[in-house]
Write a protein that binds this ligand. Structure first.
Ligand SMILES: C[S@@+](CC[C@H](N)C(=O)[O-])C[C@H]1O[C@@H](n2cnc3c(N)ncnc32)[C@H](O)[C@@H]1O
Length: 305
């Protein structure tokens, strides 16, 4: 719990001033790039790629020439890149800040090439040969812009997070991983509606949403749902920070948000796990045992045709 408390205190301190927030993002990006280059492509990103490609294939989500919107593309454009490697699509990659880590991106491209080369043909995802050709060319590109040109990617920074500047009704798919939990709770209904307005009728949304207490990542000895201990006032006052913001929204609320915005459910996937003995504060008291143990949402939704 000591490292948990340390992470909370540091996040609060960095969040207190504009200079602190800038320093946090600057130092954080440098440390993250070193770490990610050193460790190479993690298995969890390979699993993410496999799952996304399987979801897209299962529901016949993409056709040649389609447009895709990735929300919160972050450091390595992972969902955008995987889709552009395997499908003939153009992807708009949106973020609220420029979090790109070019050396880590390159390390992930190289790791993904090694992974695809090692998979037996019978188990490889559709479009493996095309993906390998494109990976080779991307790794030869002189810089990020060269990779974007090759793969049909476009990076957009919109500090407000608004989707209003993007074409309405034109995207076949909106996709994100580990992003929606970072949007302010009060903005979620409008955001999920804005996503619906961006996709064409019959278009899809595929989201991976992380429900784990993000301070737990600094202290794995704590429960992944440590935040259940705290009511909203206590959480806001002592734990919530700007640089490490996550919204604590749980599965039933996410289901209601998508339903109320007009999305229909295609896959209501979750990953659950052992959360240990944690006292449950009032905001979480009504959760069913299954929802209480939910650590990740893996949702596929569709805009009615
Ligand atoms: C945990 S990172 C995940 C990055 C990337 N999807 C990945 O998994 O490698 C969350 C990302 O979401 C971005 N983000 C936060 N709020 C956002 C918003 N309202 N719209 C778009 N991106 C947002 C952050 O800037 C950050 O790059």
């Amino acid at each position: 719990m000591l490292r948990y408390a340390g992470a909370v205190a540091a996040s609060k301190a960095f969040s207190a001033t504009a200079v602190g927030r800038r320093v946090y993002h600057h130092l954080g990006r440098q440390a993250l790039e070193r770490l990610r280059v050193a460790e190479g492509l993690p298995q969890r990103y390979v699993d993410r790629a496999d799952r996304l490609l399987a979801q897209v294939a299962r529901h016949d989500v993409l056709a040649p020439g389609d447009r895709v919107l990735e929300i919160g593309t972050g450091w390595v454009h992972w969902e955008a890149t995987v889709l552009a490697l395997h499908h003939d699509v153009r992807v708009t990659m949106l973020d609220v800040r420029d979090n790109r880590l070019p050396r880590a991106y390159r390390a992930y491209l190289a790791g993904y090439r090694a992974h695809l080369e090692s998979v037996p043909a019978s188990l490889a995802p559709a479009g493996r040969d095309r993906a390998l050709d494109r990976l080779g060319a991307a790794l030869d590109a002189p810089d990020l812009d060269g990779v974007y040109d090759l793969l049909g990617l476009e990076h957009v920074v919109e500090p407000t997070g608004s989707l209003a500047g993007l074409d309405a009704g034109r995207f076949a798919l909106v996709v994100s991983a580990d992003v929606l939990e970072h949007l302010p709770t009060a903005s979620l209904a409008a955001h999920v509606r804005e996503e619906l307005e961006r996709v064409r009728p019959g278009g899809y949304a595929i989201h991976q949403i992380d429900l784990v207490d993000h301070y737990h990542y600094f202290d794995p000895s704590t429960s992944p749902k440590t935040y259940y201990r705290y009511g909203d006032g206590t959480w806001r006052r002592w734990f919530q920070s700007e640089v490490q913001y996550f919204n604590r929204v749980q599965r039933p609320q996410w289901q209601a948000l998508f339903r109320d915005a007009g999305w229909s459910v295609v896959e209501d996937g979750v990953a659950c796990g052992e959360i240990g003995e944690v006292p449950i504060a009032a905001p979480f008291a009504a959760l069913s045992p299954a929802d209480r143990d939910c650590l990740q949402i893996l949702g596929v939704h569709r805009r009615p045709a």
